[in-house]
Design a binder for this molecule. Structure first.
Ligand code: GLC
Length: 460
């Protein structure tokens, strides 16, 4: 039986080689290739031999399942990595494929974990989820003590809750301003350093291209849908305009201020002018769809769009480059990128926690992170890979983005602890209201402050 991934954007992903044979909670499981949980004696015997070579691998082969969202080539490359793991270990791993939206994933994972679901061994988790999911994840501290130093300490820190490492990083994320080199050159325009310059250049190039017959071109695409991605984009607009970090590291709610309101009013002015009206429903893959077909001058997106844009058959291959996001113009304005990234966590309800820990160590290892980066241009979390010659040659964005991700600003998940998802959803909804013309930025931010204050109560 074939179960199709539910993601609206799965057609952008390719998806070859994905067969499915199991379904968990309404989502597809891929790559288990008809394997049953009982394996033949000879296969199991072979697995014992391999296990003996892999320190810490259990001496009996098992079936594991990993759940992950579906963006770009992420699932395809994960399958390739798992194929190698299966060969080395004798274990089998099925992927439960989820929609691309981290917000949808989080809602489902919380339900599964609350129900003590033992069908999922490993969750691919967003950098912001650690405090909220920590109590239902296995403490990895002891099992990873020999390898954590390979990773950037700040990333390990972000996945450490009350002294316990709850997820092992597999890639980090910091956004880029993607721009069409060919079009900027054609009209003698510079790479914009401020949002105002970006809007002006977007309009200039778009108007001239349209006049020349390029009817489908837009100036700028970003993530305007009401979900976690809009929290990232809007944190960047607000903080880059000197409007603070929404909720500061000490827990103070700072978002209701005039610099935040000014920048959100400016962004509202882009919708339907330099950005398509549909941008208010765009997530990462919808933005990339417009950009990669050659229909946008600028795009805000994560590094994964770099490899895909330069892939075989891409209409914009070789025609674009990346720059840091622009800054605003208020007092304290500076370029700001939101810190993203993904990790692997072992469920407390897994029936095979030791095998699951070995699996995540394999996927997060320097060799597999290098493989993923070469294929997807995801930023590795292993420090040494930023000096790797193959990566620098094949995915030059990676060494260029080291300082950008080190300087990236975290969303207030550490400050708001178990209330982060609610705080973030109140923020993205307020911003989405403003961008849709439902209230002014000043009114929406005043309402937001009142709601966040109530949510905070006597403390986060
Ligand atoms: C990227 C980031 C992740 C963020 C998401 C928002 O996947 O890595 O941290 O939450 O985008 O859509």
């Amino acid at each position: 039986m074939i179960w199709e991934p539910k993601s609206a954007a799965s057609h952008l992903m390719g998806g070859e080689g994905l067969t499915s044979c199991r379904r968990v909670g309404g989502f597809s499981v891929t790559g288990c290739g008809g394997t049953s949980t009982t394996m033949t004696f000879s296969h199991a015997f072979l697995a014992v031999g391999v296990a003996a070579m892999l320190a810490g691998t259990p001496a009996w082969a098992v079936d594991l399942s990993i759940v992950s969202g579906d963006t770009g080539d992420g699932i395809k490359v994960l399958r390739e990595i798992l194929d190698r793991y299966e060969k080395d270990s004798g274990n089998k791993v099925g992927i439960v494929v989820m929609p691309a939206s981290g917000t949808d994933q989080f809602g489902q994972y919380r339900l599964w974990l609350a129900a003590g679901n033992s069908d999922i061994d490993v969750y691919q988790t967003d950098v912001i989820w650690a405090p909220q999911l920590a109590s239902q994840l296995v403490d990895l501290t002891a099992a990873t003590k020999d390898i954590v130093a390979e990773h950037f300490p700040s990333i390990i820190q972000s996945q450490t809750v009350d002294g316990k490492l709850v997820a092992l990083p597999i890639f980090t994320d910091a956004p880029a301003l993607y721009y069409r080199k060919d079009l900027l050159d054609k009209y003698g325009a510079k790479v914009p350093a401020t949002w105002k310059e970006l809007a002006d250049t977007a309009k200039l190039v778009m108007d001239k291209e349209r006049a020349a017959g390029n009817r489908d071109i837009w100036g700028f695409v970003f993530q305007g849908n009401a979900y976690e991605g809009l929290t990232c984009d809007a944190l960047e607009w607000v903080m880059s305009n000197g409007g603070g970090q929404i909720i500061e590291p000490d827990g103070t709610i700072s978002v209701n201020n005039s610099q935040a309101a000014a920048v959100l009013d400016m962004v509202k002015g882009w919708v339907g002018t330099i950005a398509p009206p549909g941008v208010l429903a765009y997530q990462e893959e919808e933005s990339r769809g417009v950009w990669q077909t050659g229909n946008a001058v600028f795009m805000r997106n994560w590094p994964y769009a770099y490899a895909l844009g330069n892939g075989e058959g891409s209409p914009i291959k070789g025609k674009f480059d990346v720059a840091p996001l622009p800054a605003g113009t208020g007092e304290g304005a500076r370029p700001v990128g939101a810190l993203g990234g993904w990790n692997l966590a072992v469920s407390k309800y897994s029936k095979h926690p030791d095998a699951a820990i070995e699996l995540i160590k394999f996927i997060a290892s320097p060799a597999m992170q290098k493989y993923r980066t070469l294929k997807t241009s995801n930023l590795p979390t292993i420090q040494a890979l930023y000096d790797d010659a193959d990566i620098a040659r094949q995915q030059p964005i990676v060494p260029r983005w080291k300082q950008i991700f080190l300087d990236a600003v975290p969303r207030p998940s550490a400050a708001t602890r178990i209330k982060y998802n609610e705080a973030s959803s109140q923020f993205w909804n307020a911003v989405h209201n403003t961008l849709s013309g439902d209230g002014t930025a000043a009114d929406d931010l005043a309402d937001l402050e009142a709601m966040l204050t109530k949510l905070k109560g006597r403390g986060w």
